[in-house]
Design a binder for this molecule. Structure first.
Ligand code: CP
Length: 306
């Protein structure tokens, strides 16, 4: 089996079988990262380009590590010092990379749909590393990979996603992906943080975190995206933290083996307290490690696709 599309643009239209293929392939690559010499020759001769129009630590670095561990020729374009600053359009940048025979371009962009636009006008594979408020598919894949490792399944798990669903591409990708794998999802947020189409997403909605926590197998906290909060979505950060932040006292309401997750970067003391973020139930660092294996799997499946 192989992926149907040359691109990975989102999980909304990806099948359960394709998601499972990526997660199974990631399991195989996980062992490579534990070796003394962390390298296999699988993508030798392939050119992979990181094109990030927005800031990133985890996604950009783990794609770079993943590409290098697969022996691909990995290039990072610093958009702030590229010809984008001279007004070059996304499509012209794409044509330039195509002329250099790029095989895979990994793009993060503030506009929803930018990866899709690039894909329509390019022969290379495009991987969406986060576009506006739309999707961040490899984040959701690494989250599902991390949960599967701990719980041995996704099917039937009760996942509570807390926070700014409206602005969150991570939430959207996780909702599409986890629902396909059979999880039951409850989103918990102040009303201003809920998207208009929320009923159509097939999730339950709650405004009471304490009640939702009691049933959860996974608590997934979202970052308060202070850079996207211009519309007066919150009365105050302190109020949000009091009602929707996860601290030790609140966590004591949950099951003993609940998993606490966050895509990072975290706002300590806002959506998660430092003792919970650094505590024994937190998977934040394991999510980061999973990111390398999952991104190796995605690069491998797209880079070797016939
Ligand atoms: N989770 C995530 O996408 O982190 P970065 O912005 O650091 O890539």
């Amino acid at each position: 089996m192989q992926l149907k599309s040359k691109d990975l643009l989102g999980l909304e239209y990806m099948s359960r079988e394709e998601i499972e293929l990526i997660l199974e392939t990631a399991k195989l690559f996980e062992e490579v990262s534990g070796r003394d010499i962390k390298k296999v020759p699988t993508l030798r001769g392939k050119t992979i380009i990181n094109l990030f129009y927005e800031a990133s630590t985890r996604t950009r670095t783990s794609f770079e590590l993943a590409g290098k561990r697969l022996s691909g020729d990995m290039i990072n374009i610093q958009v702030s010092s590229s010809s984008v600053t001279k007004g070059e359009t996304l499509l012209d940048t794409g044509k330039t990379l195509e002329a250099m025979n790029a095989d895979i371009v990994i793009i993060r962009h503030s506009s929803s749909g930018a990866p899709s636009l690039l894909s329509k006008h390019s022969g290379f594979s495009v991987i969406n590393a986060g576009d506006g408020m739309h999707e961040h598919p490899t984040q959701a894949l690494l989250d599902m990979f991390t949960i599967s490792k701990k719980k041995k399944r996704i099917e039937g798990l009760k996942v509570v996603i807390v926070g700014d669903i409206f602005h969150s591409r991570v939430a959207r990708s996780n909702i599409w992906g986890m629902k396909k794998l059979g999880a039951e999802i409850t989103i918990v947020a102040p009303p201003t943080f809920l998207p208009r189409e929320v009923e159509k997403m097939g999730v339950q909605v709650s405004y009471n975190l304490d009640e939702s926590l009691k049933k959860a197998d996974v608590i997934y906290l979202l970052r308060i995206q202070q850079e996207r909060q211009k519309g007066g979505f919150l009365p105050s950060i302190r109020e949000y933290s009091r009602l929707f932040g996860l601290n030790q006292e609140r966590l004591s309401l949950a099951k003993k083996d609940v998993l606490v997750m966050h895509p990072g970067p975290i706002n300590r003391g806002v959506e998660i307290s430092p003792e919970v973020a650094d505590g024994p139930l937190s998977l934040i660092n394991e999510q980061v490690s999973s990111g390398v294996s999952v991104r190796m799997a995605v690069l491998y499946l797209l880079g070797t696709r016939k």
